[in-house]
Each structure stands twice: as structure tokens, then as C-alpha cells.
Design a protein around this ligand. Structure first.
Ligand code: GDP
Ligand code: MN
Length: 388
């Protein structure tokens, strides 16, 4: 789960990682009041679940409260497009108004789960800031990495090693060691999957602090992180995915035109591959799961049908634990409840109770394209969707 910068900074405060004084505003008047309280120059920052805001025009420096008000007025409600939002961008509903810092240098620090080594990797660079992707691509030698073994945890020499790699000196070095140690405590304590500071800065006063904060939290740890539920911002998430979660369905929206309903994550992946090979694009990933009831199937079908990009549905079921007749029942009921369905539905049923499932589809009197064979079904669906 992603959270906003201002929420990540609250977590930073909880773990004593230094951040500038700042508060969240939803109106320009609030932004002005916060800027007046802080005094002096402030920075006005769009809060969306995506990075690259600086380059996209969502982070602006204000000389005083007047300017903070007019900048907040500009940023609030704007559709911010960054290299992470996709072309549609995201509408800004909140801005963070924060005391501006005098930046001497910008560095990069991230803690992220390395699935390959099953360890936590710390990634750091003395060349942080908005061009970090370019640094990684063009001068990878400027990126320092060290791995933390989960059975021993972060060793203090590693925190120092990172600070040497960042080129920190004096007070900034001490601040850096503390920040890294505390970021590790946060990562572990909050069950994060990513904790990133870009930029971590040295100020012209010689101390170091975090002026941006990005934290992703592990959804699977929700049961032992009661405070995390309220950090979720549903307006930033895909509404169809939110709806699917309510029913315990594994649905991910994509941009293609073939709506897929499949049982089993592996078969669902293979189905998406085959649709692509047949010249079309999947509209979603959907694993209805092994134990899907007719009702679960009905909900799944409704969710994938409410994506207006869907031009054809492909139901690909290999009956094992989930029985084909149950799936057929769920689909028929879903269609009856929805009423009119104006896209073709291709069905391939194989395995447990396939014949019974087939009979239910036929007896329904509804119009299905039943196809034998995985490849043939994918080709049929791709053709009916018209490719894209
Ligand atoms: P991002 O682009 O979404 O990662 O947003 P950031 O919070 O990282 O801000 C982008 C850039 O704005 C930073 O890399 C800084 O160069 C600049 N910036 C952010 N806060 C301040 C500040 O307080 N003072 C100054 N001078 N620049 C800032
Ligand atoms: Mn940043």
C-alpha cells in the first residue's frame, strides 16, 4: 500500500528522523494560515501517490504566505502528470506546506526489499534529487548498495558505510548515521516494503535532514498494524480494484480490451500472454481463486464488466478445486442480474464438471462462444475484441 509524503513524514517524526516543520492543507486559505505560522519561505507540495512531482510542477517555493496561498490555489485541483502517473495524471486534493530548506547538497537513501537475496538492501547515492533515475542509468558507479541480513539486522558499521558513501562530514555525518539507523527501525517496525528519502539533504547550516519521504507498507502485515488502515487513501487507488478487494478477489486493472476471468494465478498469467500473442491486450488480471462460489464468480464478472474498455470477455477455467458448473452458474446469474451484455463472451471450460458447466451455459439461452482449447479460445477472444 502506498501512502502520501505527509503521512510518511509523520512516521519519520515518530522514529526521530529529522524533517522540516510542515502541515497539510486542502484549501488555499489553509495553506496561507500554515505558511504564516511557519514564517519565512515555504515550499508547497502536491500530495499524490506518485513521484516526479518536482519536474511535473507540483513542488513550488513560496517567498511568503501570500505566494504560498496563490501557489496552493494553482496546485490544488490541478491534474498533475509525472513520469510515474501515466498520461492521465492525478488530481491534487491536498498540499503539504513546509518550511523551505537551504539546500547545500541532495542525496538519495532507500531501504527496499530485495526479493532475489531475501534481504533488505540499502541503496544510497551522493547524487540524489530529481535526476536519480539518470544517475542510476548513466553512472551506476555512483550508486552504493549494502545488504542487511534479517537474522542479524542493521549493523552500526553499515550505517557509517552508507554515510561515507554519501560523502557526509561532521554534524551531517552524525545526523546521517542516526537517520539511517532510525529509518531501519521504521522499516522493520512499520512492516514497510520501501522507505525512501530523495532528497536527503545537507543544509547550508551543516546539518542533514529528509525533505522528501516515500514509504510503502506491506498489506499482508495489516493484521498487526492496526494504525495503517487509516493511512489508506482510496481516492488514489483504482476503484475497481478496491471493489474487488471487498470480495477477496485478486483483480488488477490493465489497459487492454479483453476482460479475463480465470481460475489460478498461473493460468491467469498464461492467459494474458496468449491474448497478447494472439494480437490483442488483456483488460485485467483476475484470479477467481480455487474456492470460488457462484456468488464470487458473479461479483468477479460484474467487476470486470464495469471496465468500459472491455470489448470481449474470455472465461478460461480449468476445473480442479473450482468446479466448472459453479463458474457457469455464477456467470449466468451475473449476466441475468446485469441485464444487457453487449460484448461477446468466449468460454473455455476444461476439467472437473466441464460437461455440466457446458450444459448450464447452453440451457441459459444466453449467447456464449464456447471454444475447445486454450489457444483457440484466446484467438477467438482477441479476434472478437478487434485487436488494439
Ligand atoms: P518529487 O519530485 O516528487 O520527488 O518531490 P521532492 O519533494 O523530492 O521535491 C523535488 C525537488 O524540489 C527536490 O529535489 C529539491 O530540489 C526541491 N525542493 C524540495 N523542497 C525544497 C526546499 O525546501 N528548498 C529548496 N530550495 N528546494 C526544495
Ligand atoms: Mn523526491
Amino acid at each position: 500500500m502506498k501512502i502520501h509524503e505527509y503521512q510518511a513524514k509523520e512516521l519519520f517524526r515518530k522514529y526521530s528522523i529529522p524533517v522540516p516543520d510542515g502541515r497539510i492543507a486542502t484549501t488555499a486559505a489553509e495553506a496561507r494560515a500554515i505558511a504564516e505560522e511557519i514564517g519565512g519561505r515555504v515550499i508547497v507540495k502536491a500530495q499524490i501517490h506518485a513521484g516526479g512531482r518536482g519536474k511535473g510542477g507540483g513542488v513550488k517555493l513560496a517567498a511568503d504566505a501570500n505566494e504560498a496561498e496563490s501557489l496552493a490555489d494553482q496546485i490544488l485541483g490541478m491534474t498533475l502528470v509525472t513520469h510515474q502517473t501515466g498520461p492521465d495524471g492525478k488530481v491534487v486534493g491536498k498540499v503539504l506546506v513546509e518550511a523551505a530548506s537551504n539546500i547545500e547538497s541532495e542525496m538519495y537513501i532507500a531501504f527496499v526489499l530485495d526479493r532475489e537475496t531475501s534481504q533488505l538492501v540499502i541503496i544510497a547515492s551522493s547524487e540524489g534529487g530529481v535526476e536519480i533515475e539518470k544517475v542510476a542509468a548513466e553512472t551506476p558507479e555512483k550508486i552504493f548498495k549494502t545488504w542487511v541480513d534479517p537474522s542479524v539486522g542493521l549493523m552500526s558499521y553499515q550505517a557509517r558505510e552508507v554515510c561515507f558513501a554519501l560523502g557526509l562530514k561532521g554534524q551531517a555525518f552524525k545526523d546521517g548515521v542516526k537517520a539511517i539507523t532510525n529509518l531501519y527501525r521504521l522499516y522493520e517496525g512499520e512492516d514497510a516494503t520501501l522507505a525512501e528519502i530523495n532528497p536527503f539533504i545537507v543544509t547550508s547550516e551543516g546539518n542533514a535532514m529528509a525533505i522528501d519521504a516515500k514509504v510503502n507498507l506491506d498489506d499482508d502485515a495489516g493484521y498487526r498494524q492496526a494504525d495503517h488502515a487509516e493511512l489508506r487513501d482510496l481516492t488514489e487507488e483504482e476503484p475497481l480494484e478496491t471493489e474487488a478487494k471487498k470480495f477477496g478477489l485478486n483483480y488488477i486493472k490493465l489497459d487492454g480490451s479483453v476482460g479475463c476471468m480465470v481460475n489460478g494465478a498461473g493460468l491467469a498469467m498464461a492467459t494474458m500472454d496468449l491474448i497478447k500473442l494472439c494480437g490483442s491486450e488483456p483488460a485485467n488480471f483476475l484470479d477467481v481463486g480455487g474456492g470460488a462460489s457462484a456468488e464470487g464468480v458473479e461479483n468477479a464478472f460484474k467487476i470486470l464488466m464495469s471496465d468500459e474498455n472491455v470489448k470481449c470477455v474470455l472465461i478460461n477455467i480449468f476445473g480442479g478445486i473450482v468446479r466448472c458448473d459453479r463458474v457457469a452458474q455464477g456467470v449466468v446469474e451475473a449476466i441475468r442480474n446485469i441485464g444487457q451484455i453487449d460484448v461477446p463472451i468466449v468460454v473455455r471450460l476444461e476439467g472437473t464438471n466441464a460437461a455440466e458447466g457446458q450444459a448450464i451455459l447452453e440451457e441459459s439461452g444466453l449467447d456464449f462462444h464456447t471454444v475447445v482449447g486454450f489457444q483457440a479460445a484466446a484467438q477467438k477472444a482477441a479476434d472478437l475484441a478487434g485487436g488494439d
